[in-house]
Write a protein that binds this ligand. Structure first.
Ligand SMILES: *[C@@H]1O[C@H](CO)[C@@H](O)[C@H](O)[C@H]1NC(C)=O
Ligand SMILES: *[C@@H]1O[C@H](CO)[C@@H](O)[C@H](O)[C@H]1NC(C)=O
Ligand SMILES: *[C@@H]1O[C@H](CO)[C@@H](O)[C@H](O)[C@H]1NC(C)=O
Ligand SMILES: *[C@@H]1O[C@H](CO)[C@@H](O)[C@H](O)[C@H]1NC(C)=O
Length: 461
């Protein structure tokens, strides 16, 4: 650089000052493969410093005080591998994803199952299904990825509740969990919807489609998903008969329903599901990726006041990964989605300038580190960087999530988890043929017992 005169000296000083700041942030060129891979690598490495499940004495995938977050971390690792091609973490990812499935393979492990919400379990089910769709090989022993997803689905299906609002899933699974047991929330129902939609696409089994449709129809019949304005409330009160939805707005509620619609459209080509994707994506973009923020995603319920809790910090990372897969599933949306992912990742990279070691912040729209740090911020940033690689994946073989007919070979079990009635204790679940058969067997055992006892008494000493 040539320096002539005082004006140029000031320019040089400014340049050096700015350079100083830039060195601290993750330098990201959103159009450059190596730059993206480097950013993803740095953010993911920092994320993994919070994970001790593969250390001696550690429990794979276990985060005792925030169990569901393990699934968010593993989903970020799946995305990291799928989009960048780096399989460095795959072994520990694979061990952890299977371990937390519990002894029935349905993500109701006994260490945690007494304290769960439907959404907690559902996110693990989605993570397992993501592994199947990305072709992470099943482990040689233990439950397969598809089984784990089906086990989650079956245990949730059994909790479909007709007592309060003529359908839907409650937020919390157990009555003793308090008021959350009486709330029907968007993410639990949207998650069940997305899980069913993706199981349908992966297996082509129409039972899953029927449940996805049933869940969608219910969600739009109560004030959760408005399919005219394409807005989504966070929850509705079951005790009030689901008369009113709240006004709370989160990115992931849009992302989770939009993602489900995208998989359904990809499999059915039914224009209704495309209308749903477009409707929800338009609201997501206009509300949370605003021009004022240079189109960087913002969960504005909590970011401006720096009041996001751990869960809320994870929402953005989930949303960007659902958007990336939507772009791969529906090529006509690719350009529009890629632009939003790029602007968002650019903001995230600037936020990764904390502690002189690329610690990432929470409020990416501020385009500088906001002083916050943690595993959750790293998980979301890892997702934001990894998915940018869709630019190179798009159009290649197996870029979009695969199905059992396009290379997916995870071996499932349609009855997974059906013997595990954890949480289906309400009288809510409609009696299915399976239940009737089960009841029949119990009655038969009971009658045999009585007859046996009578015979014993007659022949007894
Ligand atoms: C970055 O620095 C902070 C503060 O010293 C520390 O807590 C964190 O572990 C460091 N992160 C990495 C990836 O080294
Ligand atoms: C945990 O995973 C890291 C990264 O894959 C690896 O370097 C380390 O050896 C693993 N530790 C154990 C005990 O498996
Ligand atoms: C449950 O806790 C026990 C005891 O700490 C541990 O050995 C086991 O691995 C845990 N299981 C899961 C699924 O976390
Ligand atoms: C399933 O596919 C994966 C990934 O393509 C491969 O590594 C694995 O060997 C296959 N498994 C079987 C049982 O064919």
């Amino acid at each position: 650089m040539q320096i002539n005169g005082s004006r140029s000296i000031w320019t040089a000083v400014l340049y050096i000052l700015t350079l100083g700041r830039q060195v601290l942030a993750i330098e990201l060129d959103v159009t450059d493969k190596d730059s993206i891979k480097n950013a993803a690598n740095v953010a993911t490495y920092a994320m993994m410093t919070y994970y001790t499940g593969n250390e001696t004495g550690g429990i794979p995938g276990a985060f005792p005080t925030k169990w569901w977050e393990g699934s968010a971390l593993l989903m970020a690792l799946l995305n990291y591998w799928h989009f960048t091609g780096d399989d460095y973490y795959n072994d520990e990812l694979s061990v952890a994803l299977q371990w937390q499935g519990g002894d029935q393979g349905d993500y109701m492990p006994s260490n945690y199952s007494s304290f769960l919400g439907n959404d907690d379990q559902m996110f693990w089910g989605l993570a397992a299904l993501t592994a199947a769709e990305y072709k992470l090989p099943d482990r040689s022993t233990g439950f397969s990825w598809l089984h784990l997803a089906q086990g989650t689905f079956n245990t949730q299906k059994a909790r479909w509740d007709t007592t309060m609002c003529d359908g839907g899933l409650r937020w919390q699974i157990w009555a003793y969990e308090g008021s959350g047991y009486y709330l029907m929330n968007a993410v639990s129902n949207g998650g069940f919807f997305q899980l069913a939609a993706r199981l349908y696409r992966y297996t082509n089994n129409t039972d899953y489609y029927d449940w996805a449709k049933k869940s969608w129809d219910w969600s739009t019949s109560v004030p959760l998903v408005n399919n005219k304005t394409w807005t989504i409330a966070d929850s509705t009160d079951g005790q009030g008969g689901c008369a009113n939805g709240d006004a709370v707005q989160w990115t992931y509620n849009y992302g989770i329903y939009m993602g489900g619609c995208a998989y359904l459209y990809a499999q059915t080509q039914d224009a209704y599901w495309l209308k749903c994707v477009n409707g929800l994506m338009d609201t997501l973009f206009s509300s949370f990726f605003t021009a004022k923020n240079d189109y960087i995603i913002e969960d504005w319920e909590c970011e401006p006041t720096a009041q996001c809790n751990d869960n809320e910090i994870l929402f953005k990372g989930l949303v960007v990964s659902w958007l990336a897969n939507t772009a791969l599933l529906i090529p006509s949306l690719y350009d529009e989605i890629l632009a939003k992912l790029q602007s968002t990742a650019a903001g995230a990279a600037k936020s990764c300038s904390g502690n002189n070691n690329n610690t990432c912040g929470v409020a990416w729209y501020k385009q500088e580190w906001d002083g916050l740090q943690g595993m959750e911020a790293q998980i979301s940033a890892s997702n934001a960087f990894s998915v940018l690689m869709l630019k190179w994946l798009n159009g290649t073989d197996n870029a979009a999530p695969v199905t059992s007919t396009t290379g997916g070979n995870s071996t499932g079990d349609t009855n997974a988890g059906e013997d595990d009635n954890k949480g289906s204790s309400t009288n809510a679940s409609p009696i299915t043929t399976g239940d009737r058969a089960g009841a029949g067997i119990l009655t038969a055992v009971f009658i045999c017992g009585i007859v046996g006892m009578a015979v014993f008494m007659l022949l007894g000493p």
